[in-house]
Design a binder for this molecule. Structure first.
Ligand SMILES: Cc1ncc(COP(=O)(O)O)c(C=O)c1O
Length: 450
């Protein structure tokens, strides 16, 4: 297998499969001029470096939602003109999403709330007895939903991921599913999804790719990569209106228990209930999130119209600057599974000697107007591995992470943290600027020199 095939999430043949759209200027995001208070009462321009959690809204997305609102009406149910128009917009959004991920014409596109909802939906539709193979490096959304799973240790290099999946799948009888994230939400590193899809199919397994962190940064072509399912979230794709999607093969979805039971999912209700066997209505009972779907489609259209070359070039310039800036500061360590040179999207996680991640994030916010994420990013086993912590460590009452001075690593209700040592994550995307990146690097340098 060539190096290119292993490392590239979108191989050359994927790029060839879709005609290249004419490129337009990179669109603006809402909130680019947001000012926030810092210590002393001053206002500074907000440096949003937390795109991997939720990205800001693209202007064309906001415009599409605003344009759809005056005619907003019921979907799939009304005879009125506004209902028909809204239904047409909702179904058009489905086509746009299908094209955006390069899906096969007969793939299902089910609108969900987010990636977590999409992986859980697929988990409920697995044929009886399906074994899922999943790496410990996954986000909890892709790690936890499976009724029966085999967990694989973080692989030391990409070829090892392929080898471990190969071995695990070979040892499983019955239906099997390999689940893998295309781009890590912790390190940004790209996974060899083409090679993993190949291995999965060789063993009669299917593959689900968690594309939550890939689709905001790179083109994905499900058909060319021969993937069975992909899942992603609108709020990470500049469309924060509460929709995500599960796209992929229809048969399991057509047979799985309807995700929600209610209006829209049924063809006939009487002594016997007849459920739709079309996956979309079957799993989208109730009034769907039309505006979320329209927003998601508008984001897909805006990124496609801009063209990936321009987007990737700008992101790579900024992320290289950020990484080399952080690397120049003594006591700062970037988290990485596969080394400095492995291709990645615009995400960098790091630790700072002598400070807990929470302390760093708080100083960045309160003194410099910078927003980053700190914690384990809902990928506890992976971050524990990267931090060199023993597995299955108790979460109770531990503090002083990374030699933190105050030992105030956080734990908050509804969050995703376990109160143990953690990391800081900076992530970028459309609207990120060189000034934001430089401000972060200089702030961390100042902190270390205090
Ligand atoms: C790789 C990955 N998968 C899944 C998720 C879950 O996404 P959501 O919270 O939108 O369901 C995230 C969110 O951070 C993620 O980064």
């Amino acid at each position: 297998m060539s190096t290119l095939t292993i490392f590239s999430s979108v191989p050359a043949r994927a790029a060839e499969a879709t005609p290249v759209a004419p490129s337009r200027p990179i669109p603006a995001v809402l909130g680019a001029d947001l000012e926030v208070p810092v210590k002393g009462g001053r206002l500074v321009g907000y440096a949003n470096l937390d795109y991997a959690a939720s990205a800001p809204c693209l202007e064309p997305v906001s415009a599409a939602v605003t344009a759809a609102l005056p005619a907003y009406s019921s979907v799939h149910r009304g005879a009125g003109y506004a209902s028909q128009l809204t239904t047409a917009r909702y179904e058009q959004a489905r086509h746009t999403v299908r094209a955006f991920v390069g899906a096969r014409p007969d793939d299902a596109v089910i609108f969900t709330r987010n990636t977590t909802d999409a992986t859980n939906l697929l988990a409920r539709c697995l044929p009886a007895g399906t074994t899922t193979v999943v790496f410990d490096t996954e986000h909890h959304a892709s790690l936890l939903p499976w009724p029966k799973s085999v967990r694989l240790a973080p692989p030391a290099f990409p070829g090892e991921a392929v080898r471990a999946a190969d071995e695990a799948l070979a040892g499983i009888d019955g239906p099997k599913l390999l689940v893998v994230t295309a781009a890590s939400n912790v390190t940004g590193e790209l996974w060899p999804i083409a090679a993993l899809a190949h291995v999965a199919h060789r063993h009669g397994a299917r593959i689900l790719v968690d594309a939550a962190q890939l689709v905001p940064h790179r083109r994905l072509n499900l058909t060319a990569l021969d993937l069975d399912y992909v899942a992603f979230s609108g709020h990470k794709l500049y469309a924060p209106f509460g929709a995500g999607a599960l796209v992929g093969r229809r048969d399991w979805l057509a047979e799985g228990e309807p995700y929600l039971k209610g209006g829209g999912a049924v063809r006939f209700v009487g002594d016997d209930t007849e459920w739709h066997d079309d996956p979309e209505p079957r799993h989208e009972a109730g009034t769907p999130n039309v505006l979320g779907a329209i927003a998601l489609a508008a984001a897909c259209d805006a990124l496609t119209a801009t063209g990936w070359t321009a987007l990737v070039r700008e992101e790579e310039r900024l992320i290289a600057r950020l990484r080399s800036g952080l690397a120049s500061i003594e006591g700062v360590r970037e988290l990485s599974l596969w080394g400095d040179d492995h291709p990645r999207v615009g995400i960098v996680s790091f630790t700072v000697d002598g400070y807990s991640a929470r302390e760093v994030a708080e100083v960045l916010s309160s003194e410099y107007g910078i927003g980053v994420r700190d914690g384990k990013f809902c990928a506890h086993p992976f971050v524990r591995h990267l931090l060199g912590e023993p597995e299955r460590r108790s979460s109770a009452g531990e503090s002083g992470a990374n030699g933190g001075r105050s030992g105030r690593d956080h734990k908050h209700a509804g969050g995703c943290e376990d109160g143990t040592a953690s990391a800081v994550r900076a992530s970028i995307g459309i609207g990120s600027t060189q000034e934001h990146v430089d401000r972060l690097v200089e702030a961390v340098r100042d902190l270390v020199n205090r």
